[in-house]
Design a protein around this ligand. Structure first.
Ligand code: ADP
Ligand code: ADP
Length: 233
């Protein structure tokens, strides 16, 4: 069973009396364990696609089935529950709470999942250790480097054991060497079986994926399996 099945999905924004077709009939299937890079020029629909895939926004028309759940038909409350359970988000700008320690940032997604505070702390510590931040548990974001902050946000994305990690330009604010470190973490997670969907402008970053889906004018114009012609440095 595919993890994601999208059928002729459309997203139309209404601005004044204008209709903006951000997605104009997208069909896409993603299986468990895939590592997909979404590419395409500015305005081609990548963010809209990520918002729909990430259950932040619903399609105007078309079917989206995520891990057996028909997302298109859900009410917003149920959408939020599915999102919190199924998806871990990583952003370009980290989106960490600045007055809050690394471990407390990582605990956030568990706040409404009925986990005891003791177990929350335990799981957050383990998630931070798994990304090499076991010695930075009680530091605040401004006491951490960009790469360390992104590791915190990866730990936060992992802590509810989601079926998918969605990363929107996760290396956009990082230098080349740090980008390689962060992408190596995604690669390791994928090697362990985690499904990863990544948006990036950078071909070097997309090279870490096994499949590249290219958007243009709200449509998929290319969908390539690059697993067998990936250059491993
Ligand atoms: P990308 O992420 O590839 O740059 P977007 O998904 O952000 O593309 O945008 C696709 C199209 O939809 C663009 O024409 C953009 O201006 C438009 N769009 C995106 N979000 C909104 C919105 N909230 N309201 C109106 N138009 C939007
Ligand atoms: P970037 O810095 O990578 O561009 P943004 O901060 O602009 O990322 O966030 C991208 C999208 O994700 C936006 O539509 C935003 O509303 C949404 N978003 C931001 N933070 C969260 C969050 N913690 N949970 C769910 N959605 C979020």
């Amino acid at each position: 069973q595919p993890l994601i099945r999208i059928e002729d999905l459309r997203k139309i924004y209404h601005v004044g009396d204008q209709e903006i077709h951000a997605l104009s009939g997208v069909s896409l299937t993603i299986n468990p364990g895939e590592f997909v890079a979404i590419m395409g020029p500015s305005g081609s629909g990548k963010s809209t696609m990520m918002n729909v895939l990430g259950c932040l926004d619903k399609p105007t028309i078309g079917e989206y089935v995520l891990d057996g759940h028909a997302i298109s038909q859900l009410h917003d409350d149920d959408l939020a529950i599915i999102r919190n359970r199924k998806i871990g988000f990583v952003f370009q700008s980290f989106n960490l709470l600045s007055r809050t320690s690394a471990v407390e940032n990582v605990e956030l997604p568990m706040l409404y999942s009925g986990v005891s505070s003791k177990e929350r702390r335990q799981r957050a510590i383990e998630a931070l250790q798994s990304v090499g931040l076991g010695t930075r548990l009680y530091n605040k974001p401004n006491e951490l480097s960009g790469g360390q902050q992104q590791r915190v946000s990866i730990a936060r994305a992992l802590v509810n054991n989601p079926v998918i990690i969605m990363a929107d330009e996760p290396t956009g604010a990082l230098d080349t060497r740090t980008s390689v470190e962060i992408m190596s973490i995604f690669q390791r997670l994928n090697d362990m079986g985690k499904t990863i969907i990544l948006v990036t402008h950078e071909p070097d970053i997309a090279d870490y994926a096994k499949r590249i889906v290219r958007f243009r004018d709200g449509r998929i114009v290319e969908d390539v399996d690059v697993q067998n012609r990936r250059i491993v440095a």
